[in-house]
Design a protein around this ligand. Structure first.
Ligand code: SF4
Length: 686
């Protein structure tokens, strides 16, 4: 982040500015009518706070939860006598799925030691290899590696490391040590060790554990925007690196050659992937070889410009748009140098929705620059829960030219997952940092269950997330898409207990019928109907649980439709996630080796953080396989449009049905906003 751009950034104290945006006190309380005997059998209420589900129904639900608890204890009594069931060895996996007590864990807690990098040494190595002074083998000889200590200071957690040549480096890991500890304690353990294979062989940067959740495929490093900075320096490296269609097919085919053969969300990225002439074919091919979740990490311009293109992408197989989204006003997005970028986003969301593609809002968060947008963005997602189903917050990570950032600036802008948990509470007035946030890896508990329910002959392993607890966290908010009633899930579901119960069921492995019965009992006994969001019935909860867990009750046979059809149900379990990508200042090899976001490259599958930061495989791979210099490319292919002068982008029409959040007080653009750091949606904006 070049200093001159950031000169006038105003340092918001982390303690929220009392004048900052606030929401109506009873925000989130439903305001809808009670109509006796409503024909769709779905009562509505009109006074705030009234639950349309009758007290009698709630009482019946409560009895059911008590009965389920009795049934559960009987099951566990039997399981205790019979002991763990036989190992579950699915055809797609290299070995039997690990029982919960067999799962290994990286060192957690503090103080602890880990392997990290010297921010200076690692840059020298990268430049040495790109310039040819060093050979690629250097990457397999622990380049720039130093030990680091993670420890508590006051109520914070810090990483400290010293390089004999370049001195000591300090960085903040959490502004709330207790929060950091709670998240680590909830970590369920690592997935199985990956067998050595030709596409995952990158020295100490090799992904050693697990299946991966998102497979990133960089289609091009060209972009139609010019954010400053951009984590992968799109349009700014002097060369073009763009995959031909055969290369796209090759990296996708390679991803199926290894075990575990796992479902992943294939994410086409860039630069701006829609600039690639092979974008639609790439989506079509990923679908053809069996991936069902295909997404594009996009700035949305192409989709805003052309509803037809959005429909073509849907027909090709695209299901999710990973949409760069920095705030809920044009001001909040103005650092991207497009004057009306928020209006563009609104039209993109409209066209994507009309095409049947669901939207994930991808937000790069920089402390004091745009973290005041956390609440407004969650509110925006709740208001538009028929179109938006996930928020991917990405606390800033200083990569690319940002590795030269000053220590003072880095400390002022450092934003951690713990900051996010506190900001959601402060700005939205709901969720408790120590109760409602979990490591993303709890998803693996449900994935193991679904794998078992689908049986050993299933072709694919279920999408499972087992990343390090310092990498990803999340909270879930149950939202009624019609009434906007909402509540954190862990306010009415005893989640820590449910997780333990599901692990017991999976360890017992008693076959599909008994497993299903136990899962039903587990969900019921941990459900608190008296605390459920207004209007949520047990039936809709069970359906939601089965649908969003990928089949934990119906083994994937639940009929929930495709695209727009799939988004028509009444409730959304809105996932508010955070992936805190690493940088050279807080790099931890224990995290990379469990990475869930591999890039599929011409040099194999490389962890996101090892590719974009760390030893920096991106620069090395791109230089090895670059197509041409930018000028040569323009001569041959012509120049592509780049929107970057603060000018507004014109569209055929700006009409949309997206609901805009209402504030008690219009948000002022924080003085520093115009200078805020850039992120783009390609999954790695930071
Ligand atoms: S991308 Fe980085 S932060 Fe995310 S799981 Fe991988 S190593 Fe962790």
């Amino acid at each position: 982040m070049s200093k001159q751009i950031l000169g006038q950034a105003t340092a918001f104290q982390y303690e929220r500015d009392p004048n900052a945006v606030r929401f109506p006190q009873n925000y989130g309380k439903p305001n809808f009518k009670v109509i006796k005997g409503a024909k769709n059998g779905h009562p509505t209420a009109h006074t705030n706070g009234l639950d349309p589900v009758s007290p009698w129904t709630r009482r019946k639900e409560k009895w059911l939860t008590k009965t389920a608890n009795v049934a559960w204890n009987v099951f566990q009594g039997i399981n205790k006598v019979l002991g763990d069931g036989k190992p579950f060895q699915p055809a797609w996996a290299p070995e039997p799925l690990l029982k919960s007590h067999q799962k290994s864990k990286p060192p957690l807690g503090w103080p602890r030691q880990t392997d990290s990098l010297c921010p200076k040494c690692v840059k020298e190595v990268r430049e040495g290899i790109i310039s040819g002074k060093m050979n690629l083998e250097t990457m397999f000889k622990h380049p720039g590696e130093i030990k680091a200590t993670i420890d508590k200071r006051g109520n914070e957690i810090w990483m400290t490391k010293t390089c004999p040549k370049h001195g000591t480096f300090d960085d903040l890991m959490a502004m709330d040590a207790e929060f950091f500890g709670v998240i680590e304690k909830l970590y369920p353990g690592r997935d199985f060790v990956n067998p050595k294979n030709e596409i995952r062989n990158h020295g100490t940067s090799t992904i050693k554990y697990g299946r991966g959740v998102v497979l990133n495929v960089d289609l091009t490093n060209r972009c139609n925007m010019m954010c400053d900075p951009c984590f992968m320096d799109a349009n700014q490296v002097g060369y073009v690196h763009e995959l031909a269609f055969d290369e796209i097919k090759e990296v996708l085919d390679n991803s199926l050659k290894i075990k575990p053969r796992r479902q992943m969300s294939v994410q086409f990225t860039g630069g701006e992937p829609t600039l690639s002439p092979f974008f639609l074919e790439a989506v079509r091919y990923a679908k053809k070889i069996g991936y069902f979740s295909i997404q594009a990490a996009t700035n949305g311009i192409r989709f805003a410009q052309d509803l037809g293109f959005a429909k073509e992408a849907y027909d090709a197989g695209m299901r999710i748009a990973y949409l760069q989204f920095d705030g809920v006003t044009n001001e909040a997005n103005s650092h991207r140098k497009i004057g009306n970028l928020f209006d563009i986003k609104l039209k993109a969301i409209e066209n994507l929705h009309q095409a049947g593609i669901s939207v994930v809002l991808v937000v790069t968060l920089v402390n004091t620059i745009n973290n005041d947008q956390v609440g407004p963005i969650v509110k925006f997602a709740i208001e538009n829960s028929d179109k938006v189903n996930f928020i991917a917050f990405q606390p800033v990570s200083f990569t690319g030219r940002d590795e030269d950032i000053s220590d003072e600036q880095r400390m002022a802008w450092r934003y951690t997952s713990s900051h996010l948990a506190h900001d959601v509470k402060k700005q939205l007035g709901v969720t408790e940092p120590l109760r409602d946030w979990y490591p993303l890896s709890i998803i693996s508990v449900f994935a193991n269950l679904v794998d078992q329910m689908k049986g050993p002959d299933n072709y694919w392993g279920t999408m499972s997330c087992s990343c390090h607890p310092n990498c990803g966290i999340g909270t879930a908010i149950m939202v009624n898409k019609r009434t906007k009633a909402f509540k954190p899930v862990s306010e009415f579901i005893n989640l820590p207990q449910l997780l333990q119960d599901i692990q017991k069921v999976t360890d017992a492995n008693r076959g599909a019928i008994l497993t299903k019965a136990q899962v039903g009992a587990a969900l019921l006994r941990n459900y608190m109907p008296e605390k459920a969001p207004a209007g949520l019935t047990l039936k809709s909860l069970m359906e939601k649980f089965d649908k969003q867990s990928g089949g934990a009750l119906k083994a994937g046979k639940g009929e929930y439709g495709e695209g727009a059809e799939r988004m028509k149900d009444e409730w959304l379990c809105l996932f508010v996630g955070s992936m805190w990508f690493q940088d050279v200042f807080n790099y931890d090899f224990r995290r990379t080796e469990m990475c869930i976001i591999p890039y599929a490259t011409q040099k194999g599958e490389i962890s996101f953080c090892a590719y974009n930061t760390g030893v920096g495989w991106r620069n090395i791979v791109e230089n090895m396989y670059k197509n041409a210099s930018v000028s040569e490319w323009y001569k041959k292919h012509g120049r592509h449009e780049v929107y970057a002068t603060g000018k507004a982008v014109d569209l055929p029409d700006f009409t949309h049905t997206v609901k805009l959040p209402t504030f008690t007080k219009a948000p002022e653009a924080p003085a520093g906003l115009k200078t805020s750091s850039g992120g783009c949606a390609s999954g790695g904006c930071h």
